[in-house]
Structure formats: structure tokens, C-alpha cells
Design a protein around this ligand. Structure first.
Ligand SMILES: NC(=O)c1ccc[n+]([C@@H]2O[C@H](COP(=O)([O-])OP(=O)(O)OC[C@H]3O[C@@H](n4cnc5c(N)ncnc54)[C@H](O)[C@@H]3O)[C@@H](O)[C@H]2O)c1
Length: 469
């Protein structure tokens, strides 16, 4: 084995086993080989039972919520509860953060919609456990830095709570399997809170696919393209500047869900199709380090390339292109492109092409007038129904955050399966370590494990298309 092969092997093993490549890279070749073999085994064997498909639970007429992480995201999520609290569908009973001022500020807001406010937990990084330990909490909402997510989800489910967590739920394959094991055993919901699955445009496209407007969907593109340099280099925007630290040591796609969530819904992933394998490639890093040179941030070199592109092949032969770029100065985009045999949609800005015979000549996007016809005809019932509440809120990414929280709480009220289940949640998370693995191996083809225990083979309609009161 030459040195390059050895380093590749040790990086691969490290990513799977969830430790820093640097830790493992100094071991001897024999050890690295043993660990790489263990890693391959993890890939090949599906340890999932598939029992969380269609998971129902006892209806909870008023869902008692404990929130952990009251930073940028937690402060927005809490505002999504106004309608639900006022209608007695939910109550927020506990707020937790490292920082006292953050829980206080959010509790002040909470009192405007729920006069008694909540109990507050703060001061150290294990105080959140007291929220999960409470008997009266039904649902934990987690909006902390990424490295806490698996631990918080696992602890919550072990304590009998349903969990909804910001992305990603896990950053190593080992943690992905841990989530599967614990959620299947405890029979608790474990949801990746992917708000973009609930955006008006994405749900409209999904509705059109469901109604046959697109024919067969063969290709889709999603992304998280968002210039975050200013935020990441800022000394207080993220608590302890946690986010940029991932860019120092990792290279791949760390933020998969905004692109993959909607695209997976378009392709019935886990509901008749599944991801099969991926290849991933990162460009060189330049933009973040150049920005860092003009900042006080002490680190000036970053491992994460400016643009990561990952290609995923599905079991039914479709393709997905997924991109991740938070370094480059450019307008925001999630691409939101989907190609069917009869229609194409491209986002940013939203455009629709319909290939019906009578419209085919010209190969142009639909006129504004025709586009609007389709927009109105296929507007998703959820958005039609919630328009008044959505319009009443200026925050929450134009409404999608509210629709997500509404759906989560109303499913729990009625004991129904969630729209985004355990297997979606783990699969979208797993693309992070798998993309890193492929990048570190010169874009080598990397198998995507079946986290569903084979249940993906049974076709079913996406749950978000169910009407729920
Ligand atoms: N879905 C979206 O649109 C969206 C938008 C922004 C952020 N996010 C996600 O939300 C999460 C949080 O991001 P953010 O921007 O709010 O970061 P942030 O730094 O503003 O907030 C994180 C909060 O967690 C707290 N925290 C850290 N460790 C803790 C612990 N052990 N116990 C309790 N609290 C702890 C911090 O004090 C901080 O207030 C991330 O996963 C991020 O990716 C999602």
C-alpha cells in the first residue's frame, strides 16, 4: 500500500467511525485497514428494521414543547407557534440555551402569545437534559450547533420524547445508525425539520408531479447556495463561531436538506425509490480564506472547497445534482430544478416549461400568464388552507417555517405519521459523511446504505399530500 492509498483508507475509516482523520491517520497501516473494513461493513449491512414507516402515536391534544437552542433559529421557530398556542394545539413549557440572555429574550416574546411563559434552563452545556427529563414534555425541538444534534435526539427519544431537529441530525454514519436503532426501539418520531419541503413553490411543484403534469421525473437539482462568509466570520452571529469551525476541517456537503428534502419528495425517495450511490467533488477553497484575511478570525485556511457538487443515482436510475456553496459571493439559490418527461421546473427565479404537444414549439418557458394559470390550478392545498395565517406572519422564510411547524404539531395532535420520517431524516443527514468520503477519495463512487430495512421498495404517496385538519 502506498502512502496515498494508506491516507485515503484512514480518512475513509475516520469518516465512518466518526473520529477526526488526523486521529486515525497516525495509526499504522494494519489498524487503518481493520477500521476501513469495519467501515465498509457498516455500509453494506442494513441494520434497519423499517418499523418507523407509517409510525403512529397516541394523539396528543395539546403538544407540550421543550425547545433547546434559542439562537438565530430557535428565535424564529418560537414565533411559528403563535397560531398553534392560541388554538390550544400546543404549549411551550421549557426553553433552554447556554446563555441566560437568550432564554430571557425568547421568554419575553413567548409571554406575548402565552402569558405564563415557560420554565428556563441555561448556564451550562448539559442543562438541556433537564428539559428532556421532564415528564410533561411531549416534543423536543432542537436548534443547537450541529455537533449536539445526535446526542440530543438520542437522549430525548430515550426519555420518551418525540424529537424535531434542525439539520443535520448526524454527521457520521455511525450516528446515523444510532438514530435508526434508538428511534425504532423507542417508537418515537425523529424528524429532520426541513422547512424547504414546506415552501409554497416546492409544494406546488410536488403537487404538479403528483397530478401527472411532469410525466415521469428523471432528474432533479437542489442546492444550498448562500454566501455566509459575513455570518461565519462575525464574532457573535453564531455562538462561539461554531459554524466556520466545520469549514476548517471538513470537505464535502454539510448542508444537504434544503436541496435534498424537496427533491427527495419529488422522487418518492423511501416510498418506491431510494438513493443508490453518489460521487462528490469539491472545488478548491479560495473565497472564505480571502475573506478571512480581512477579518479578525484567527484561522486563514479552510478545508472545505468553495463549491461542492454531489451526484446521486437512485435505484430506479434517476439522477440528482446537489450543490453546496456558502463561500462565494453570489445570490442565494436552492436551484429547485426538476426534469420530467412532460415538464421542467427551474427555480431562482421560478420558471415552468410544459411539453404538451400544442405548446411544444419554441421550447420556451411558459409566459407569465400561463405560468400563473398553473400556479393557481396546482397551488398545494396546505398553502391554500393556511394562506391567512401565512400572510399574517412576516418572519419564517416567507411562510414555510410556519407550515412545517403547523404540520408537525397537527400530526402529533392526531397521532398521525409525520410527513418527514426517521428514514428521510437519516438519509438526508448521511449525505454529509458520504460526500466527504467520496471527496477524500478523488470522487470515488460511494454506496449509500439502505436505512429503511428494504421498506423503500413499497410505493406510497408522500405523506405531505394528505389533507390534515
Ligand atoms: N432551517 C433553517 O432555515 C435554518 C436556519 C438557520 C439555522 N438553522 C439550523 O439551526 C441550528 C442552529 O443554528 P443557529 O443559526 O440558530 O445558531 P446559533 O449559534 O445562533 O444558535 C445556536 C444556539 O444553541 C445554543 N447552544 C449551544 N450549545 C448548547 C447546549 N449544549 N445546550 C443548549 N443550548 C446550546 C447556543 O448558545 C446558541 O444560542 C443549526 O443546526 C442550523 O443549521 C436552520
Amino acid at each position: 500500500m502506498n502512502r496515498k492509498d494508506f491516507l485515503n483508507l484512514s480518512t475513509r475509516a475516520a469518516i465512518f467511525l466518526g473520529v477526526s482523520p488526523a486521529l486515525i491517520g497516525c495509526k499504522n497501516e494494519e489498524d487503518a485497514k481493520i477500521e476501513a473494513d469495519k467501515a465498509s461493513e457498516m455500509l453494506a449491512v442494513s441494520k434497519a428494521m423499517g418499523t418507523a414507516v407509517g409510525l403512529t402515536s397516541e394523539p396528543i391534544p395539546k403538544v407540550k414543547v421543550g425547545m433547546i437552542g434559542m439562537g438565530n433559529r430557535g428565535s424564529v421557530l418560537i414565533q411559528m407557534f403563535e397560531y398553534l398556542i392560541k388554538n390550544n394545539y400546543a404549549e411551550i413549557v421549557a426553553l433552554s440555551d447556554l446563555k441566560e440572555d437568550k432564554v430571557n429574550k425568547n421568554n419575553e416574546y413567548l409571554k406575548t402569545i402565552q402569558p405564563k411563559g415557560a420554565d428556563l434552563y441555561f448556564g451550562n452545556d448539559t442543562e438541556w437534559k433537564k428539559v428532556a427529563d421532564r415528564d410533561d414534555v411531549d416534543l423536543l425541538i432542537i436548534a443547537t450547533p450541529w455537533n449536539y444534534h445526535t446526542e440530543m435526539c438520542v437522549y430525548g427519544m430515550e426519555k420518551g420524547k418525540h424529537v424535531g431537529c434542525e439539520q443535520p441530525l448526524a454527521m457520521t454514519l455511525e450516528d446515523c445508525w444510532k438514530l435508526i436503532e434508538v428511534a425504532e426501539r423507542t417508537k418515537k418520531h425523529c424528524m429532520y425539520m426541513e422547512n424547504c419541503c414546506y415552501n409554497g413553490e416546492e409544494l406546488w411543484v410536488l403537487n404538479m408531479i403528483n397530478e401527472g403534469v411532469f410525466g415521469d421525473v428523471n432528474h432533479a437539482e437542489g442546492a444550498y447556495i448562500h454566501d455566509l462568509r459575513k455570518h461565519m466570520l462575525h464574532d457573535t452571529y453564531y455562538e462561539n463561531q461554531w459554524r466556520i469551525k466545520h469549514h476548517e476541517v471538513k470537505n464535502g456537503n454539510f448542508y444537504t436538506g434544503h436541496g435534498l428534502g424537496p427533491v427527495s419528495f419529488y422522487m418518492d425517495i423511501g416510498r418506491g425509490d431510494n438513493y443508490d450511490y453518489l460521487v462528490s467533488m469539491s472545488s478548491k477553497e479560495q473565497s472564505l480564506s480571502e475573506a478571512a484575511k480581512n477579518s479578525d478570525y484567527p484561522v486563514k485556511k479552510f478545508a472545505c472547497g468553495d463549491m461542492n457538487t454531489t451526484l446521486i443515482k437512485t435505484k430506479l436510475g434517476r439522477t440528482i445534482m446537489l450543490q453546496f456553496d456558502t463561500h462565494t459571493g453570489r445570490p442565494y439559490s436552492r436551484l429547485n430544478t426538476v426534469t420530467g418527461t412532460k415538464a421542467v421546473h427551474q427555480g431562482y427565479p421560478s420558471r415552468l416549461y410544459i411539453g404538451h404537444e400544442e405548446l411544444q414549439w419554441g421550447h420556451r418557458w411558459l409566459s407569465d400568464e400561463k405560468y400563473k394559470e398553473y400556479r393557481d390550478t396546482y397551488d398545494h392545498p396546505l398553502w391554500k388552507k393556511l394562506r391567512e395565517q401565512i400572510d399574517a406572519k412576516a418572519v419564517g422564510h416567507g411562510g414555510m417555517d410556519f407550515v412545517m411547524i403547523y404540520r408537525l404539531i397537527r400530526c402529533l395532535n392526531q397521532g398521525l405519521p409525520l410527513d418527514i420520517n426517521l428514514y428521510d431524516s437519516v438519509l438526508w443527514s448521511a449525505i454529509t459523511p458520504l460526500s466527504e468520503l467520496s471527496v477524500s477519495n478523488e470522487s470515488q463512487r460511494t454506496v449509500i446504505p439502505d436505512f429503511t430495512g428494504g421498506t423503500w421498495k413499497t410505493p406510497r404517496k408522500n405523506e405531505v399530500l394528505r389533507e390534515i385538519i
